[in-house]
Design a protein around this ligand. Structure first.
Ligand code: MCN
Ligand code: CUN
Length: 794
């Protein structure tokens, strides 16, 4: 374990010339000069522009769509309706959860903002103007807005497109052992239950979604530049949906201005752009605006949870039980491995060694946008961690126990790893107590409690919130995990050129996480070529090997492992060549950062660069060794990786206005071996900011007609530098035993771990009012309601 003082938590390998360390980002010179290349920067000769007409109703029959006037617009080249797509068999497409979703509505519209028709015109303005010339006759239907009444007998059926569908039931899912859990609950000294809502939120990336489709009718080749987190998986799905041969499709993800899971699904807009290009023979660009992004693309969370925790009187947690009602919107567009309709919510037993657990979930359709798994969620680990960390605090409340001590008492012990949870997840490694210890030390936990006690005497509202999380990231072992039948393994290819410079080709795709830097560092560490001499190629299916893309913080656990192993494969070959060059057997060679040495003769050595030249140069290579210095692999992870962390938050609440101020936030993360401490810190800062947003400000809400009330950034509030404190970070290092370099993911940890710490802090501040729980977002009005002893309005 490594620990570090507060605020300066960097390793001693910070400035290593080769390999892991605090290296500046290779991509930043491009970004800070304004030379990033995003979808909307792309200009192709003769390019046309596409705009989408969207439904104003949450639920309505589409009686007729008249496109006559729009077609007469002098700059309009094409108007397409659902009926026209239906003729080509393209009106519906599969979702990532094996449901179907309308590309353009044919029969009904099922959420406000749903795609109804599109226009392709000579410029963006004309395309937008022409939307107003399309005359759609709707027959409004009652919408289903409240998830709690979606299954009542008189609720209108949303998905009457599905054969035999007579209600709004989407799926049921169960995990754990219900009977065993009930038995443990029956003999527990203390049982605490609470209703907990994780509201619908939106990833709201800075860049909205978009695409440029370019179909070349002569070679039958389609190139699609799009805002995608998973170029290869998208290519395969386009091949399946549109019937185009896969080798004729090239998907390119250029620079992406933030994804956060919002850019995992295939959206109707991408398909419309492809259809637009097929029909016009021209490149077609579609870029959605902010409101379109907020109202129609993949949302996150929307779980209504009943949590129950059972314990002994002295605070030994025995069991957890939960019922969840999940709102999946109008189409089940959840992006999760197929066998996991609730994502990895099964890890809701958290970081604690308990006797039994069970979860029963019912998912329903409502007249809202599809989505579900997004916004740095680690496949619903966010919801799971929020549930367990709130319940542990509710238990602490009832037992009048200290939340740190209660957690410590129940931690899975280091000698129990690998640890199989009661819901069947095998945590690869963990050492929780030191992480918690470091967080309390940085925070000065005991002093904070003393300060709080003094303030309470004076009627001041100060709260201290704690959370501890274990994430499950790096999907995943292909025996268990696939997206629509595609196994979640990642390819990686490495070529070393004659002069010793290298190119590594990845299947994952960065949206801001710094892969161009960190993957060069991984390869550098293994083959001793400086990271500056290693080019990272990604985000282009023509240039990179197949793999499933970036989400669920899987890039480091899966592609990071692939990069390390492909580099070792190249190094093994280099060693054979070096043995020939030095005229010794392979067994007599030693490797140290960038060179092979003859054992016992330090003067006899060759560098990796010497070997690269030899591999391509004149002269003989050892028997059986081919020329060139390159390798390719496909890595199938043996397990997920399980990063963990301890977070402590301090808030002050104004008793007059109920406004919450986040005074301090301490985050200690353990993501195993750390590749680039600066990038990790950036990931953590971003995730903590997300957490402040969700806990205090963000919510996608609807009125009773199903109108989305958060369609702009005036209404959907995102945190800024003004709402967040100076983050105080620290780290411990518990390597993953099965990952070749011991690294675990970090990209979503802080988003997962921070909301419960914040809510726990607010609830702690409100203890004098007898408040045990209040739902996010804890806006002044909600906090005020809680202070008056009123429950949070839905
Ligand atoms: N890293 C490291 N050492 C580790 C683990 C990670 O140095 N032990 C580095 C990695 O090399 C990588 C970054 O940290 O540069 C994040 O790595 P990882 O945890 O593997 O996550 P991914 O690269 O797969 O990124 C996905 C994750 C997800 S799922 C969401 S959602 C999210 C997140 O990353 N979206 C982001 N962080 C984001 N950051 C930015 N800027 N933009 C987004 O859209
Ligand atoms: Cu859940 S959001 Mo990230 O996995 O792309």
């Amino acid at each position: 374990m490594t620990t570090a003082p507060a605020r300066t938590a960097f390793e001693d390998n910070d400035h290593k010339p080769v390999g892991h360390g605090r290296m500046l980002r290779k991509e930043d010179p491009r970004f800070i000069r304004g030379k990033g290349r995003y979808i909307d920067d792309l200009q192709l000769p003769g390019m046309l522009h596409l705009a989408v007409l969207r439904s104003p109703f949450a639920h309505a029959k589409v009686v007729s769509v008249d496109t006559g006037l729009a077609e007469e617009h002098p700059k309009v080249r094409l108007v397409v309706t659902g009926a026209m797509l239906a003729e080509k068999g393209l009106a519906w497409m599969p979702t990532l959860s094996n449901d179907v979703q309308a590309v353009l509505a044919t029969d009904k519209v099922r959420f406000q903002g749903q795609e109804v028709a599109f226009v392709v015109a000579e410029d963006r303005y004309a395309a937008r103007d022409a939307l107003e010339l399309i005359d759609v006759e709707y027959e409004p239907l009652d919408p289903v807005v409240d998830v709690r009444t979606a299954l009542s007998a008189d609720a209108p059926v949303i998905r009457d497109d599905l054969e035999g569908k007579t209600d709004n039931h989407c799926f049921d899912w169960e995990t754990g052992d219900a009977a065993a859990t009930d038995a443990v609950f029956a003999r527990a000294d203390v049982v605490v239950s609470e209703d907990i809502v994780y509201p619908r939120v939106h990833p709201a990336p800075m860049e909205t979604c978009g695409a440029v489709a370019d179909y070349d009718a002569v070679d039958g080749r389609l190139t699609l530049w799009s805002t995608t987190q998973a170029p290869h998986a998208h290519r395969t799905l386009y091949a399946i949906v549109a019937g185009l041969p896969e080798h004729k499709i090239r998907v390119v993800a250029p620079d992406i201005g933030g994804g956060f899971g919002n850019k995992v699904p295939i959206y109707p807009g991408y398909v419309c752009a492809i259809v637009g290009s097929l029909l016009t023979g021209k490149p077609v660009k579609w870029v959605e605006d902010r409101s379109e992004n907020l109202t129609s693309t993949g949302f996150a969370r929307d779980y209504v949870m009943r949590g129950e925790i059972a314990a002994t009187a002295d605070g030994r947690i025995l069991a957890l039980r939960t019922h969840v009602l999940a709102d999946h919107g109008a189409f089940n567009g959840t992006a999760a491995p197929l066998k996991y309709p609730a994502g990895f919510f099964g890890v809701f037993t958290g970081s604690y060694d308990i006797e039994a657990a069970s979860c029963k979930m019912t998912a329903v359709y409502t007249n809202k946008a599809p989505g579900g798994v997004a916004y740095a969620c680690s496949f619903r680990v966010t919801e799971a961690v929020y549930l367990v960390e709130r319940m542990v605090d509710c238990l602490a409340y009832e037992l009048k126990a200290d939340p740190v001590a209660l957690r410590r008492k129940n931690f899975i012990r280091p000698d129990q790893f690998p640890y199989r949870t009661r819901t069947g997840w095998v945590y690869d490694s963990g050492n929780y107590a030191p992480t918690m210890e470091l967080a309390t030390r940085i925070a000065g936990y005991d002093e904070l409690r003393a300060e709080q006690a003094a303030k309470r005497e004076r009627g001041e509202l100060m709260g201290i919130g704690v959370s501890f999380f274990t994430e499950a990231v790096g999907a995943g072992p292909r025996k268990d995990m696939d997206i629509l039948g595609l196994g979640m393994a990642d390819g990686c290819e490495l070529r070393v050129h004659p002069t010793g410079k290298a190119v590594v080709r990845l299947s994952v795709q960065t949206q801001g996480q710094g892969h161009e830097t960190t993957f060069a560092q991984i390869v550098a560490e293994e083959i001793g070529i400086p990271p500056q001499d290693i080019e990272v190629v990604h985000g282009d299916t023509d240039q990179t090997p197949f793999g499933l893309g970036t989400y669920g913080s899987r890039s480091t656990p899966v592609s990071g492992a692939a990069a390390a192993l492909v580099a070792r494969k190249v190094r093994d070959k280099a060693k054979l060549i070096a043995s020939g060059m030095l005229e010794v057997s392979v067994a007599d060679l030693e490797w140290s950062k960038g060179a092979f040495h003859v054992k016992g003769d330090p003067s006899a050595s060759v560098t990796i660069q010497d070997v690269a030249m030899r591999a391509h140069g004149a002269g003989d290579l050892p028997e059986g060794v081919e020329g060139g210095l390159e390798a390719q692999i496909c890595y199938n992870p043996e397990n997920l990786t399980y990063p963990h962390g301890a977070y402590i938050c301090v808030v002050d609440i104004d008793p007059g206005t109920a406004k919450v101020t986040v005074r301090r936030f301490v985050a200690v993360d353990d993501c195993g071996t750390r590749i680039n401490p600066m990038i990790i810190e950036g990931q953590v800062h971003g995730g903590l900011t997300d957490g402040v947003g969700m806990a205090l400000m963000e919510m996608v809400s609807f009125d009773e007609d199903g109108n989305c009330l958060s369609g702009s950034l005036m209404d959907y509030l995102l945190p800024t530098a003004l709402e967040v404190p100076d983050w105080e970070t620290g780290f411990t290092v518990t390597p993953s035993p099965h990952h070749p370099i011991g690294a675990k993911g970090i990209g979503e940890s802080a988003t997962v771990g921070s909301p419960p710490a914040l809510v726990n802090a607010v609830v702690d501040a409100l203890r004098p009012f007898g408040v045990r729980h209040a739902d996010m977002p804890l806006t002044p009005s909600r906090v005020w309601e809680a202070m008056q002893g009123r429950a949070t309005p839905p």
